[in-house]
Structure formats: C-alpha cells, structure tokens
Design a protein around this ligand. Structure first.
Ligand code: ATP
Length: 212
C-alpha cells in the first residue's frame, strides 16, 4: 500500500498583525485533517501596499501567537528571501525540500477573486492544491478564470486531502468577522482590542507602540 501523503496547509499573508481570525482558520485546518498548518508571512507583498509593522515584527507576532499550538508553525521562508514573495517560488522551494509532502495553499475569498493575477497562477495549481475559505457574508459571483478553474478542479475536502496537487476546494467555514485592517484602525482610535489577538501579541503591539 502506498504511504498516505503528508498534507500541509499554508496560510500566507501579511499578518499586520496576526489576529484570532487567522488563528481560528489555522486550527480549523489542522482539525480538518492537515498534518501541519504553516503560517507564512510574506516579505514584500506583491499585491498590496507595504505593511506597517516591519518584517521581524510581523514574524515575532506570529511566533508569539502560534507558540504552544500543536501542528501549527510559522515559516520564515518568504521573509528570508530578499525579493518579492511569489507563492509559486515558495511552493517550488517547499516541494524540493519536502518531496514526501503535498501542499495546499489557503486563501480567503478576497484573495481567490484576484488569484488569476498572481504570478504564474497556473503553475501554482500544478504544484499545490488550493483551499478557498469564504469569509463571513461573502458569496460573490466568480469571474471567468475562477469559474473555469472550478469547473475543472473543484472537489470536496476529503478528495483534496488525498490529492497531491491541482484540486480546488471551496469551504464555508464559520469565520470571525475581523481583519488586520479593522484591528489597526481600532488601535489608531485608541479602542480596546483585547481578545482580538492573543495576549502576548497585544503586549508586543503595546510595547513596540505599533499602529498608533
Ligand atoms: P488586511 O485587513 O490587512 O488586508 P487580513 O486580516 O485580511 O489583513 P491577511 O494577512 O491579509 O489578513 O490574511 C492572510 C490570509 O488570511 C488571507 O488569505 C485572508 O483572506 C485570510 N483571513 C484574514 N482574516 C480572516 C478571517 N477573519 N477569517 C478567515 N480568513 C481570514
């Protein structure tokens, strides 16, 4: 019998800062059957304005948030590269480092809707599976490229977990209606952000005087 694939989920993002919405997704992924969940902060996001916290700060906040969470780890693969954080390059590196594993890139609906503009989007789907998580209240119409990919590749989670690459699963997980943007805005306004991110991250933000 062939050995089952080691399935690793990658939640990439800016994490400026990490919040409980990210952490709930990571826990749900782990509990849904992924052997490991990798939180992958990017260095220079190709698709959006530069983050406010610097790279070591974002990495540090993630490490504080993930400390003690079984099966959830933080990777510095993208932040340790000097150039733009292209997911396709990250996946090529991970695949060559871990030939025994299958990878699943996880995106929220917002990212999925612009996925056709990602660098070498088709190659990403050759290297990995894709999990699209609908954020609360989001059921938008799929653009043509996305619709075509779903027609060819859509499957349920159980099938994706048996597949080495090339499948797309859309999930409606009960998410938390929170974003890093809302968190930054709350801090700027002096609102209380307790329970929106773990206590050690909160302490770090205060200590570093971030987002004021
Ligand atoms: P910002 O508000 O700065 O855009 P964000 O909160 O969306 O940040 P990112 O770092 O961009 O956080 O997110 C990383 C990944 O986590 C993305 O795929 C994003 O869609 C997803 N994500 C962020 N917040 C949530 C949430 N509350 N529920 C589910 N997924 C989320």
């Amino acid at each position: 019998m062939t050995r089952p694939l080691q399935q690793r989920a990658i939640l990439g993002g800016t994490f400026d800062p990490v919040h409980v919405g990210h952490l709930r997704v990571a826990l749900q992924l782990r509990d849904a059957g992924f052997d490991r969940v990798i939180l992958m902060p990017n260095h220079i996001p190709p698709h959006r304005p530069a983050p406010i916290a610097n790279t070591p700060q974002r990495l540090q906040m993630l490490e504080l948030a993930a400390a003690g969470l079984d099966g959830i780890e933080v990777s510095d693969l993208e932040v340790s590269r000097p150039e733009s954080s292209y997911s396709v390059v990250t996946l090529e590196t991970l695949r060559s480092q871990h030939p025994e594993a299958a990878f699943c890139w996880v995106v929220g609906t917002d990212a999925w809707l612009g996925f056709d503009r990602w660098h070498r989007a088709d190659d990403i789907l050759e290297l990995a599976n894709l999990l699209v998580i609908n954020r609360p209240g989001e059921h938008p119409r799929q653009p043509a490229w996305q619709q075509q990919q779903l027609e060819q590749r859509a499957c349920d989670l159980a099938t994706l977990l048996q597949s080495p690459a090339g499948r797309i699963c859309q999930l409606d997980w009960p998410g938390l209606d929170i974003s890093a943007t809302a968190l930054r805005q709350a801090i700027r306004q002096g609102d209380n952000i307790q329970f929106l991110t773990p206590e050690p991250v909160l302490d770090y933000i205060q200590h570093q005087q971030l987002y004021r």
